[in-house]
Write a new protein. Structure first.
Length: 364
């Protein structure tokens, strides 16, 4: 076996396919959320696109998907080549820290020396060749330095909906470059975000992570012992241990891996992305993916825009016509229509919350 082949056999990729995608209502619903939609113009769902770009990085047999029970049939339908044992069902929704402890335990049972990469199922990247180059570098750093690694994205604008990473000392002067992380900053206000962009020392936190499973376990023991106990219980090969692990899992508070570990860890490396990245966080993000006309409008499906500026329109099932719209989002679906200011697209979840309190729960 060649050295490259042996190395590939020690690398796994985990796709996190949970989440409700409430900001993409009315297309995203509780039983069919954003990651299972085709909304970026590629012809593939976001989940399928995530799995496709891992080709050539890890072996197909070493791609793991974690999802809640209600979404497991959708995962199997959209990823028909995924081995049955590679779909892990969460005992409960408890955030990404618990989710990744479950995945890491599964991988450690197969190979205690393995390294794993983590990818959200609902992001877009381009070009894929540059993405693969950055991922390969991140794996190399995680294996060589026995540290936690993330990919940071050079900010294009002072976004307040993203977390930021402040860079510390350089680790490798290469392309892509690698630095130590000085600190993580969660979703700053506009003024701080502008300072971060101007500094040139801050990157967006992409939510992609890399580590050896043993390094993750050690980090959790130090900074999130309750999560570490769950991981260790899942690693044991007995029905009793599995039942204990599920019980402990359900007792965990919902917490992200960023808060539970990455923000607290002492040795975190950051690979600077050389690709374009979009977390597709709301309908407003699709202007970048769909492209815009001279007036800043973006449209899909059957849509007519007259005297409009900076408006996003999606006629999915019928004609959507907008006259004199500015800074609008207009989204059609078979049973509901969304209209909101483009600047408030991040607040669409408030509509979902209102539906849950009223007589329209069937539309959730």
């Amino acid at each position: 076996m060649s050295a490259r082949r042996a190395q590939a056999r020690r690398r796994y990729a985990v796709i996190m396919a949970g989440g409700s995608g409430t900001r993409f209502w009315p297309h995203s619903r509780r039983l069919h959320p954003k990651q299972f939609l085709s909304i970026d113009g590629s012809g593939h769902t976001l989940l399928q696109a995530t799995a496709r770009r891992l080709r050539g990085i890890v072996l197909p047999s070493q791609v793991i998907v974690v999802a809640p029970a209600e979404h497991a049939p959708l995962v199997r339908h959209q990823l028909t080549a995924l081995p049955r044992a590679n779909l892990l069902v969460e005992p409960a929704a408890r955030g990404t820290a618990a989710c990744l402890a479950l995945a890491a335990a599964h991988i450690a049972q197969r190979d205690p020396t393995a390294a794993m990469a983590v990818f959200p199922a609902d992001h877009t990247v381009a070009p894929v060749t540059q993405f693969r180059r950055c991922v390969t570098r991140a794996f190399e750093i995680a294996e060589a330095e026995d540290c936690l690694v993330t990919i940071g994205v050079p900010p294009r604008s002072p976004e307040t909906g993203y977390g930021y990473i402040e860079l510390g000392a350089p680790l490798r002067a290469s392309v892509p470059r690698v630095d130590w992380a000085a600190r993580f900053v969660e979703k700053p206000d506009r003024a701080r975000a502008e300072q971060f962009v101007d500094s040139g020392r801050h990157l967006w936190n992409s939510g992609m992570f890399f580590w050896r499973v043993a390094v993750l376990r050690d980090g959790l023991r130090r900074h999130a012992p309750a999560v570490a106990r769950v991981m260790e219980a899942f690693e044991e090969r007995s029905r009793a241990a599995a039942a204990t692990a599920r019980r402990l899992y359900r007792r965990l508070p919902g917490e992200s891996i960023d808060v539970a570990l990455m923000e607290r860890a002492e040795r975190v490396a950051v690979v600077g992305a050389t690709f374009d990245w979009n977390d597709v966080g709301s309908w407003a993000a699709l202007a970048t993916l769909w492209g815009t006309d001279a007036e800043g409008n973006a449209r899909r499906g059957s849509a007519v825009l007259v005297d409009c500026r900076d408006t996003i329109a999606y006629g999915a099932t019928r004609l959507v016509a907008v006259l004199g719209g500015q800074d609008l989002v207009v989204i059609d679906s078979p049973d509901a229509v969304l209209v909101c200011p483009r600047s408030r697209a991040q607040e669409v979840r408030r509509v979902v919350e209102a539906l849950g309190r009223g007589r329209h729960r069937r539309l959730l």
